[in-house]
Design a protein around this ligand. Structure first.
Ligand code: NAD
Length: 377
């Protein structure tokens, strides 16, 4: 699904990528790529790809239950790796993946693509600017007085993330405890990673309520007293946008509304910015901006679907193309991975600890030595 919907389009569109092989164990999927793209070769055996000395990098887009084996063999064959999220689903898998990546020296990029979404990049830049040089807007209250005794928690960042998913949009295996492992492990890793990426601080504790399969609320505490709240529901409706991310720090609020609109409070230099749709089957619907425009387009989509046939949602830029392009930079110019094996292991551990918290009904401590391993080579 993610290959056909996103990565094949992006890889074939990227002038710096030559897609030599497409691999899948299912003939229907190989037929799809042959009919829609022009890979030089197709195969049902991924070893054919790894044995090809012309191949510089591979994208591993399978379900996560079979990643470790393919990553290990790809790294040992000297291939750089882009792997879809989650990178791993146990600490043991994380350990083995990190070890083989460090030992072979290949680059690994975990597909936490939201790091590269234009609206997120802008939000992080504004947040970091405020953190480096906190400036009060001239209209901010100052009843504490200019020289007030500082509060420790004034240094913190508060973040809220809302994910409005729909259970009926998940494939059945995503809810299977032994394959997809539910939305907590399979999906919330995106947001656990995003929290770490925004803050650049270590998480120290997680408390979660809800269920592992769907419907979770996570409260993550970081080493600098920052708190991140991640709210996921799968019992709402896609009539409304999926993701809202709000960052608060030192008198500034930065809001990313479904990657379509950035709203900033507390700064003089920026107030609002709109982002274009990635694809828009409803260009005739123009009323509103940001997520209001989105909702109007989705209403039109629903009318078409109800009366005629299945038709797509307008899509937004979640950073997939840029993440892949940065993978190319890793290969061609030796750039740092935009999301490496340590980032992948950290996100996995956070979601595993959140699941433990849900099941025990207790807050769970997170220690960096549980994912930032030492390797005795
Ligand atoms: N980053 C994102 O936005 C995003 C979105 C959706 C899914 N994903 C992730 O992408 C991954 C794939 O999800 P999906 O929904 O596309 O799954 P999918 O089931 O549609 O696709 C997985 C494919 O892997 C193939 N496959 C399985 N074993 C193989 C093997 N040994 N060799 C070659 N091919 C093999 C399957 O035949 C299938 O075509 C999941 O881990 C999911 O979490 C990421």
């Amino acid at each position: 699904m993610i290959a056909q919907g996103v990565h094949l389009v992006n890889a074939f569109a990227n002038q710096r990528i030559h897609v030599k092989w497409c691999c899948d164990i299912m003939q229907d999927n190989l037929d799809y790529v042959v009919n829609n793209y022009s890979p030089e070769q197709i195969t049902k055996d991924y070893k054919d790809v790894l044995n090809d000395s012309e191949v510089d990098g591979v994208m591993i887009l399978t379900t996560h239950d079979i990643r470790l084996k393919i990553i290990t063999e790809a790294a040992n064959a000297g291939k750089h790796i882009y792997v879809e999220k989650p990178m791993s689903t146990t600490p043991e898998e994380s350990y083995k993946i990190m070890k083989v990546i460090r030992k072979t020296g290949v680059k690994l990029v975990v597909g936490f693509n939201r790091r590269c979404a234009p609206a997120i990049e802008d939000a992080v830049a504004i947040y970091e600017k405020q953190r480096a040089n906190p400036v009060d807007a001239p209209w901010r209250y100052n009843r504490l007085g200019g020289e007030h005794t500082p509060l420790r928690e004034e240094e913190a960042t508060m973040i809220m993330m809302r994910i409005n998913d729909d259970l009926k949009s998940f494939k059945a295996y995503a809810m299977d405890e032994m394959i997809g492992e539910g939305s907590l492990i399979g999906e919330l890793c995106h947001f656990a990673d995003l929290a770490c990426f925004i803050l650049k601080k270590e998480p120290i504790k997680v408390y979660a309520e809800g269920w592992s399969r769907i419907n979770q609320v996570l409260t993550l505490q970081f080493e600098d007293l920052s708190v991140v709240n991640i709210f996921e529901t799968a019992v709402g409706s896609f009539d409304h946008p999926k993701e809202l991310i709000e960052i608060y720090h030192k008198g500034v609020s930065v809001v990313v509304d479904h990657f379509l609109q950035l709203r900033v409070g507390g700064r003089e230099d920026i107030y609002k910015k709109n982002y274009p749709f990635l694809s828009d089957p409803y260009p005739n619907i123009t009323e509103g901006e940001g997520t209001n425009l989105y909702i109007n387009k989705v209403r039109e989509r629903n009318r078409v679907v109800t009366n005629e046939c299945d038709f797509g949602f307008p899509s937004v830029n979640k950073g997939h193309y840029k993440m892949l392009d940065r993978f190319v930079d890793c290969i061609l110019v030796g750039a740092e991975s935009p999301c490496n094996e340590l980032d992948g292991a950290r996100a996995t551990l956070i979601t595993l600890k959140a699941r433990e918290s849900i099941r025990k009904g207790l807050p769970i401590k997170i220690s960096s030595d549980e994912y930032d391993y030492y390797f005795a080579f």
